[in-house]
Design a protein around this ligand. Structure first.
Ligand SMILES: C[S@@+](CC[C@H](N)C(=O)[O-])C[C@H]1O[C@@H](n2cnc3c(N)ncnc32)[C@H](O)[C@@H]1O
Length: 294
């Protein structure tokens, strides 16, 4: 992209570094050299748009007001997502994870199922989870189901809560699922209330330790890759603690827990790798421990 000569003059390298550090401290998102161009372009565009005179002025605003800080942060987030983004993961959810939870909790009363979509973006991921659960779970009415969907971006969450999507975004949703779980409106396809009711949306910065209770399965796909090793490890520890024994942790396709010192068991299903917290169904399988596990 062509750089604006005046805007470039207003923003020094040192100011850019300070903005980068502020973002990293508060959100954990790291803009390393591979994302340097993206970062500086977005900050310059923001300066122009807000008609600010310098990077120093922007820094002052960001330090003095969380609204200003969040406004820039929104520009810097990558929110790419889609329904059933990795089909193999949803297959694993339907065919392995949910049947295990059903077996483990068969005699529990109430029978709860809690799944967390951490970094849910505009909602396609938690709605895909809710649809997969509705399709797969026998006697769904006998369960107390909650899908917790969190993101740092208020803008993405507003979109998610509407549950309204253009037809083109439903290309990986089967015709039967579209019929069962969406209503066609003149503005697009709206997720039906019974799916919407399964989900609790909440703004949450993963860096801040927030109590979420016990969870059966955590989806954290394409989020941790933007964090430093140290931050990633701290968040992974919290995920591990939040999981029920036998609970699953799911990452995006290009992500792995290799060399992470955690006690997750690695389970490979087709071309999908899942991570399982030990402690339940021990006798039924002997999974490989994650490399580096203590
Ligand atoms: C690339 S999207 C991934 C969406 C979805 N999980 C998927 O894989 O399709 C990454 C999401 O992580 C969110 N995110 C980034 N940093 C975060 C943080 N510190 N706390 C919570 N969410 C964060 C972004 O706002 C964005 O919606």
């Amino acid at each position: 992209m062509k750089q604006h000569p005046v805007a470039a003059a207003r923003l020094t390298e040192s100011e850019l570094d300070q903005i980068r550090m502020l973002i990293e401290q508060r959100s954990a998102i790291l803009f390393d050299s591979s994302r340097e161009r993206f970062f500086s372009t977005r900050v310059r565009e923001y300066l122009e748009e807000k008609k600010l005179s310098s990077g120093a002025e922007l820094l002052g605003l960001m330090r003095g007001s969380s609204v200003e800080y969040e406004a820039l942060l929104e520009r810097l987030l990558t929110q790419e997502t889609s329904f059933f983004r990795y089909p193999a993961v949803f297959d694993a959810l339907s065919k392995t994870i949910l049947p295990e939870v059903q077996e483990r909790k068969f005699w529990e009363n109430p029978r709860t199922l809690r799944i967390w979509s951490a970094g849910c973006s505009t909602g396609e991921e938690p709605y895909s989870i809710a649809i997969a659960v509705s399709d797969a779970l026998k006697f769904a009415e006998a369960w107390e189901i909650e899908i917790l969907a969190t993101d740092i971006s208020r803008r993405a969450l507003r979109h998610a809560e509407k549950g309204l999507y253009p037809k083109r975004s439903l290309q990986d949703v089967s015709m039967g699922q579209v019929e069962n779980y969406f209503t066609a409106t003149k503005h697009g396809f709206q997720v039906k209330p019974r799916i919407r009711r399964m989900i609790s949306f909440a703004q949450m910065n993963l860096v801040e330790p927030v109590y979420v209770g016990k969870i059966d399965c955590i989806f954290c796909m394409n989020v941790l890759m933007y964090f430093s090793d140290e931050r990633r490890l701290a968040i992974l520890r919290r995920f591990y603690d939040a999981l029920e024994p036998g609970g699953y942790f799911l990452l995006g396709h290009a992500e792995t827990l290799s060399n992470v010192p955690m006690k997750f068991e690695s389970v490979t299903l087709g071309d999908c790798r899942l991570y399982r917290k030990p402690g339940a169904l021990e006798s039924r399988r002997a999974p490989a421990l994650v490399e580096g596990a203590s």
